[in-house]
Design a protein around this ligand. Structure first.
Ligand code: FVH
Length: 292
């Protein structure tokens, strides 16, 4: 005597690696799905799995009020949605964009009579539909729209709403990914240092991973210092000490035949901050040098 729950119908525009992964989780969860892709073969694959393949983006948009766009970039959103009627639609744009593009897109959608939610995906396709993988999507824009569709949006991957400003999801997304690239750069330098030695990179990898995890909580101290304005609070590794240690890093790199070009820009900022008389601080003052 089970009561069937009605699943929200979803339209998805864009069936690349990410769009296809999202589409499959909605299909598996029993959501009626309309799909469109510029190259029809990709939609045909989903149609064979139970989706309704639309012949045009306009037809897909007309099919359902919840419309998800997961396209390559902001320009492709323009191209895909040109000629569609968005009036009364709930447009959720998961295409990676800048905060400015997201804000402009929210206004663009509003002018066309649509409600708008922007999303920044913090996951790669294999993490979609795998809750234990820890992926999620940042959402920003209409809170009412987010709350209305939270359950449906949470089917493929977790959801985190970060505010009414439509640009915030993109901003959080880029902030986290920027930190990730800094981490990748540091790891690249570390591997380069051992490259010519008889050291198995696989023996360095777990040490690196554990060290990065151990250092990661320092971001909480940084946040506390930025909030309070006291950049010396709780500091154990003073800037003056760290700058004094820089020649060791540069000489070691030179000795190993490794360019210090990934470290040098950061070291230069640390030196500049020290020259301003901030030797008792940690590294938080570098942030102020970056902000114009
Ligand atoms: N895949 C990933 O690891 C990352 C994870 C984090 C989030 N990103 C962003 O997600 C968006 C989609 O990424 P994707 O992985 O699905 O990308 P592709 O596999 O390259 O598929 C691109 C789709 O966009 C369509 N498309 C491209 N240009 C146009 C256009 N001018 N008009 C209409 N559609 C267009 C493309 O169609 P087709 O080439 O099959 O015809 C694909 O459907 C993206 O913003 C990532 O940054 C993914």
């Amino acid at each position: 005597n089970t009561v069937e729950k009605t699943r929200t119908s979803v339209t998805i525009l864009g069936l690349g690696a990410m769009g296809t992964a999202l589409a499959r989780t909605w299909l598996a969860a029993g959501h009626p799905l309309a799909v469109w892709n510029r190259t029809p073969a990709r939609a045909a694959v989903l149609a064979a799995e139970g989706a309704r393949a639309a012949d045009s983006a306009a037809e897909a948009v007309a099919a359902n009020s919840l419309v998800i766009a997961c396209l390559l970039d902001d320009a492709s959103v323009d191209e895909a949605l040109a000629g569609t009627d968005l009036a009364g639609r709930d447009l959720v744009n998961l295409t990676t964009s800048t905060p400015a593009q997201a804000r402009a897109r929210a206004e663009w959608a509003r002018e066309r009579g649509a409600r708008y939610l922007d999303g920044g995906i913090m996951a790669v396709p294999p993490m979609i539909g795998v809750p234990e993988a820890g992926g999620y999507v940042f959402y920003s824009g209409s809170r009412e729209l987010f709350e209305r569709h939270q359950e449906t949006l949470g089917v493929p991957v977790g959801t985190r709403y970060v505010g009414e400003d439509a640009g915030f999801a993109a901003l959080y997304d880029v902030a986290l990914l920027s930190a990730m690239y800094g981490m990748f750069a540091g790891a690249a330098h570390a591997f380069a240092l051992i490259r010519k030695e008889d050291i198995d990179p696989a023996s360095l990898a777990p040490l690196l991973a554990d060290w990065l995890v151990a250092m990661a909580p320092s971001v909480h101290q940084t946040a506390g210092q930025l909030r309070s304005g006291d950049y010396t609070k709780g500091v154990v590794s003073h800037l003056a000490m760290q700058v004094a240690g820089m020649p060791t890093f540069v000489s070691t790199a030179e000795g190993q035949g490794v360019s210090p070009e990934l470290l040098s820009p950061y070291f230069e900022l640390m030196r500049r901050r020290l020259s301003e008389g901030s030797g008792e601080e940690g590294l938080t003052g570098v942030i102020d040098l970056l902000v114009h």
